[in-house]
Structures are given as C-alpha cells and as structure tokens.
Write a protein of this length. Sequence first.
Length: 338
Amino acid sequence: MRRRALRAAAGPERQGAAVGSQDDFQDVSLNTHSFSMSQSHPRMPVHPVHRGLRSTFVGILANTLLAATKGIAGVLGNSYALIADAIESTTDIASSFIVWGGLKISALPPDDDHPYGHGKAEPLAAVVVALTLIAAAIGIIIQSVREIVTPHHAPAPFTLAVLILVVVAKETLFRFVFKVGVGLNSLAVKSDAWHHRSDAITSAAAFVGISIALIGGRGYESADDWAAMFAATVIVFNAVRILRPAIREIMDAAPPAEFEDAIRQIAQRVDGVIALEKCFIRKMGFSYYVDMHVTVDGALPVRLGHDIARQVKDTIRTSYPNVAEVLVHIEPSDLLEE
C-alpha cells in the first residue's frame, strides 16, 4: 500500500508537472490566465507588467496632449474650471510615471535583499497616486474659492467644445486602462485608470458650470468655479477608493474567501492529504504566496510526506499560475486525535 501511495505522490514530479511563473482585494481575479502563456510553449510566460506598461504609456501620451489643449483653452477662454482640469491632467502625467516605475520595480526578480521579490512596489505606487489625487483636489478647491470671491468675466463659449472632446477622450482612456488593470489584478494600473475617470468627471463638471455661466449671464460668472470645487470632491472620493485597497495589500490583508476556498479544495484533492489545518494567502504585486499546514498519515516515511507536499505545491501552481510560491508544512494525523 505504501509503495502504491509513494508512486501516486511522486508521479506528477516524474512527469514534469507544469509550474506557472509569478503574476482592490475586492476585485481579485481568480482567472488562471493572468499570465499570457502560449499553449505550445507553457514554459515561456509573458510577465503581465508589460501590458500594464503599455497602457500607462498610452495614458502619458494622451494626458500630455490633453493637458496642453485644456491649459491653452482655459487661459484664452477665461475658464478656471478648464485650467483646473489642465492641472489635474498634469498630475495624471506625474502619477502615470509613478505607476510606470512601480510596475517596473515590481517585475524585478527576487534577490538576496528581497527574497519575496519586489511586488510591494506596485501597491506603493497606487498609494502615491492616490495621495497625488488628494493633493491636486485640495489645490483646485483653494484656487476655486479665490476665483469665486474675485469678480471675473464669464468663460468663452468655445471652451465647451474643448470639454466635450476631453470627456470623450478621458472616458475612453479610463475604460481601456481599467480593463487592463482588472485583467492583471493590478492596483497601480487601476489607480491610473481612475485618474482618467477623475479627469473626465472634472471636465464634465466644468462643462456644466460654463454652460450655466453662459446661459445665466451676469451674476453667474463663478458657476464654473463652483463646478471645479464639485469635481475636486469627486476626485477625493476616488482617491480614497484607490487608497484603501492599496493599504490593505501593503499590510498583507487576506484575499477574498472564495480564493482561499479554491486553493483549499485543490490541496485537499491531492492523494495522501487527510486534512488541511491552516491556509494563509497574501498578495505580492502580481503574485500570491500561500502558506498551509497539510495533515497526512503519521505512519508515512518522511520521504513520502515530502512528495505529498511537493504534489500539493505543484498542483496549486499549475491550477493558478499567479501563485508564485506554496510553502507546505506537513502535520502527522496523530495530532488530530490530541
């Protein structure tokens, strides 16, 4: 019986079981294809950071063009809401470079000083982006108050056409980048996407404010400044929405229960596993690290217990390539009776 059990536990190891490479906790994806992997070349995975870098680069180019357009139109058209929108786009450029750097660092392999890799750089980038959004919103509110108490002319009508173009462009960018972020389960990329959505919101609010100022005439000149203040509060809300899951990830908060349940079920289906006592999972950038206590027959030799642990590890990593490492502690079944 023990020889058959040994062959069953060691079988996948001899067959060369495929092992995957490294890949807002509420939006965690259980998709096993987070890493793009060719069926014909299963050992040649493409790191997901490259998709995130491409989407970030697109955002940088678009924001540079839009910030210049809105800034010039805001100055010539006498609209502080549009100028504030240009300022927000400028912060988008800076935050996108932060995301870019965070993604590049998170993709670095483990080294002697960072044995678990550099994945924490990714949520750290998200935290910086969120704080940048909050700072930009505070600056917009302060300047809006100054504009409200200072008499000025109503904005020029042509600024409305600029704002329509901006809303369409930024909402399109948001959908594109957010889709990439969800596919990668990347807080940094999703925070970059919300920067685009915040920009679209500020532009939409500016459109409403300028329209009121133009339609209302004398006495309504500050309507676009009030619109800028409203947009700033929306920016703060979105920043907090980005900040909370990023902090949770940095503090190694547990992923959703359904992900842990899926990992547990996979481990318990391995031959030789009697029970699963503990299962701890934490996210590190694009990857997950699993620590678990597996109960096996206490009379089994050490070698067979090791082979069962290896099979548990290989089975989990084959099912979920975004699980970078599985640490299995073997418990003898005798302890279940104590």
